[in-house]
Design a protein around this ligand. Structure first.
Ligand code: INI
Length: 176
């Protein structure tokens, strides 16, 4: 085997294993604005979590007025230490939102800050679409369900992060 091939074989790959979730405690924060779309995202997220072994008793759904309020409640949820990961769900629809760009960007920025500041996976499952039709398409009809996608994201992230916590093999103590 060439040295290059050997080195390739020695590379450590860490990928998310999506099967061990019975202990995962998941907070779902939900903006009620455009609720007819958002509730399909909530259903999709809960369904995906349960199908991947998360216990219903370990799932908490917190509803707030709109997507703009999601970062604060996600931050409180992270701070509370009650959750291993947070899923944020909402729908911001440009057609009916004069301040679409502002709400969308503040919501996204705030959610990513929570993940970094509290060292916890936060999935951004907030739909940002030009029209109600596009939102419906992404809420369980022809373009999937952004709620279930967000649920899968946090499960994958939990799996990846737990392996990083355990695997210290990259520590080259031979050099010592
Ligand atoms: N909130 C949404 O989640 N989606 C929207 O499309 C939306 N529109 O259209 O304005 C919206 N606005 C409310 C916003 O999130 C706050 O609740 C509000 O500004 C009070 O802070």
């Amino acid at each position: 085997m060439s040295n290059l091939q050997q080195q390739r074989n020695d590379v450590t790959h860490i990928d998310g294993n999506l099967h061990q979730n019975e202990d995962a405690r998941i907070g779902i924060v939900v903006g009620r604005f455009n609720g007819f779309v958002v509730e399909s995202l909530v259903d999709g997220a809960i369904d995906a979590l349960l199908r991947h072994g998360v216990l219903g008793s370990n799932i908490t759904v917190v509803r707030v007025p709109g997507a703009f309020e999601l970062p604060l409640v996600a931050q409180r949820a992270a701070e509370s230490d009650r959750f291993d990961a947070i899923i944020a769900l909402g729908a911001i629809i440009r057609g009916s939102t004069p301040h679409f760009d502002f709400v969308a960007s503040e919501s996204a920025k705030g959610l990513s800050s929570v993940a970094i500041d509290y060292n916890i996976p936060v999935a951004n499952g907030v739909l940002t679409t030009d029209s109600i039709e596009q939102a419906i398409e992404r809420a369980g009809t022809k373009a999937g369900n952004k709620g279930s996608e967000a649920a899968m994201v946090v499960l994958e992230m939990l799996a990846v992060l737990s392996q990083l916590d355990v695997d210290d093999d990259y520590d080259t103590s031979d050099d010592a």
